[in-house]
Every structure is written in C-alpha cells, then in structure tokens.
Write a protein that binds this ligand. Structure first.
Ligand code: SAM
Length: 325
C-alpha cells in the first residue's frame, strides 16, 4: 500500500530542494532503497569478508569515494541478511548517507571522541574503528531501551574502546568540559530523509510541531557538544531531515551564540562520484530569513535509491567557550 506524503511536507520540500531535482527526490520516496553496509574491520579483514560475500553470491558494489561503504540492490537484501558475515557480525548494515558523518568528522588514530546521540551505535562502531585501540569513544544515549541496544551493538562489534554512558547528552559536557578531540552530534530529528511511501510508520508522526520540538532538543545538544569539544577540535552535526529549522537554523544559532569561537568549515564530503552527484550546499535563506553565508559550506545529501536524505555541518572550535554561557 502506498501512502501519500503529507501535503505540507511536500510544499516545504519544493522550496528546499533545488529546482530540477525536486521530481527525482519525490520519486525516491517510492522506491525500496538499496541496503548499505560496511565491514567491521575490528573483527575481520575487509577483503576476507568481501570474498565470503562473493562466494555466497551476494550482489554488491563498492560506493566510489566512500571508503568501506558497499551497497546491495533491494532485491539482494535477503541474500545479504542470510549471509555468513551478517550472522557473524562481520558486516554492519547502515545507509551510506549515515556512514558519511564519521567519515566527514575524520577522527585520527588515538583521538578521544564524544558521540553524543549514539544509539543504536552505527556511527559509534565506525568511530571506534577509526580511532583504533589507542583512542576512545564515549557514547552517550538518553533513552534506556536504546541505550541497551547500543551496548549490545558495541559488544557485538567487538568495540572495546567504547565507553557507553546513559544520560542526557545536553549535560554530559559538565563531566568533561572541553576534553574531546572530535564530537559527533547525530541529533534526533523529524527523520524526513527516511520517509517511504510504502512504510506508513515513517511519515505518521510528522508535523510542523514535531519540527519545532526537535529543533529545541537539537539546539541544546549542539550547544553541549561545542562545550565538550577542545579548542582546536572539530565537531560534526548531522540529521536525517530536510527541515531547515533543524539544520541550517540550528547551526546559525550557534554562530550567533559563540561568535568567532567557532567556525563553519567545509564538510569534506567527496567532490566527485555518486556522493557528489547527490550533494547540494546548505541554504543561506529560508522563508524570508537569512542565515550567515558560511552556512553554504554545510551539505545536504539528496535522497535516491542509494542515499537517504541527510544533512551535515562541520564546525571547528577556535577558542574556549566554557565561559560564554
Ligand atoms: C539519530 S539517532 C542516533 C543514531 C546513531 N548516531 C547511529 O548512527 O546509530 C538520535 C539518538 O539520540 C537519542 N537522544 C535524544 N535525545 C537525547 C539526549 N538529550 N541525550 C542523548 N541522547 C539523546 C535518541 O534516543 C536517539 O537514539
């Protein structure tokens, strides 16, 4: 059964998406998406896992420009889910857009990373692989059932350098102010980028009120993430929604609050290949409101059969902010 998208959502989308891309974006909500995955290199060598998948005739392709990302077409998903590497936890299923956030954040081996909205732990696992045994990922999650899911996923991925913490990410920074080399704020959002017309549950809770509610949480979480970040460190803010109130407007609010203590820098997504084809610059105005020009360095990933709709903003911290509350 196909369920129509909410009319006010479609009207807004027409204003957000560049002209000429709108019809393709709209059509993407009707297609069953390809399944993305990455190999858990903490447990197995990537080539070894890929060769097992090949032997089991799983139809897959590497995603150019996104290290470690693979996709399986919609009709190949059952084979992937029935494969040995999936059963053994050697691969992790995750949309390619979602995989872009840790890649753009680019933590180094040995870094201390804070993952402020961590469950179910897809990005925690990637971050854990990137910092290696010399580094550490503190993974914060507020919702109790989701926290246990996070812990189970971390364990299953063999991510021994992850420290899970259950609680409100908006206050975690007080335990360790300005202590992290990298911070990921993968915020709760209105999830518009994941809408599917054949899955009614994806759209049923959408409303303009939901957008306002999410924005208020996002502002608190991003503010707190900046407080936890070391001066000289980098933060990545991401959502899987199109709503500018939850994306550019949240980042603009931080520029307003912290001034030159923070700077929006290029999000660092691939500039060629399939990602680049789906990427557009962040908006510098929305419904009569102007945002600072720097917001054009943030990035929107438009959905298609491979990518879910996604937004990323990369923030460099230039000076201490703990006294500017
Ligand atoms: C978009 S999801 C995160 C997905 C996750 N980063 C991943 O890649 O698997 C947002 C998460 O933030 C959690 N959350 C919401 N409010 C929070 C808060 N104040 N502090 C910490 N976590 C929160 C939600 O329960 C949800 O699990």
């Amino acid at each position: 059964m196909l369920v129509p998208l909410p009319d006010p959502f479609v009207d807004r989308l027409r204003e957000i998406v560049p002209e000429g891309r709108f019809e393709a974006v709209l059509a993407s909500f009707e297609e069953p998406p390809a399944t993305g995955f990455h190999v858990n290199t903490m447990l197995r060598d990537e080539d070894e896992v890929l060769s097992v998948l090949e032997d089991e005739d799983v139809p897959m392709a590497a995603v150019e420009g996104v290290p470690g990302a693979y996709v399986v077409p919609a009709d190949g998903r059952p084979a992937l889910l029935a494969s040995r590497p999936y059963a053994d936890g050697h691969i992790y299923i995750q949309n390619v857009s979602s995989q872009l956030a840790p890649i753009a954040l680019a933590p180094r081996v040995g870094d201390r990373v804070l993952d402020l909205c961590a469950a179910p732990g897809s990005k925690t696992g990637q971050l854990s692989m990137m910092v290696g045994k010399e580094g550490e990922v503190t993974a914060v999650e507020k919702a109790r059932p989701r926290f246990y899911k996070l812990k189970a996923n971390v364990y299953r991925q063999g991510a021994t350098n992850v420290l899970p913490w259950m609680g409100n990410g908006a206050v975690y920074w007080r335990r360790e102010p300005e202590s992290f080399d990298r911070v990921l704020v993968d915020a709760p959002c209105s999830t518009e980028g994941r809408f599917r017309t054949h899955e009614p549950e994806t759209t049923e809770y959408w409303s303009p009120r939901k957008i306002r509610e999410m924005r208020s949480k996002q502002v608190k979480l991003l503010w707190a993430g900046i407080q936890a970040l070391k001066p000289g460190g980098t933060l990545l803010y991401s959502t899987c929604t199109f709503a500018p109130e939850e994306n550019e407007a949240v980042v603009a609010k931080m520029l307003n609050t912290f001034g030159d203590k923070i700077e929006i820098v290029d999000a660092g997504l691939p500039t060629s290949g399939p990602v680049a084809e789906q990427v557009t610059a962040g908006l510098t105005s929305w419904q009569g409101r102007d945002f600072p020009q720097a917001l054009e360095l943030t990035r929107r990933v438009l959905p298609n059969d491979v990518f879910e709709g996604f937004y990323v903003a990369k923030i460099a911290k230039r000076g201490s902010t703990v006294d500017s509350k």
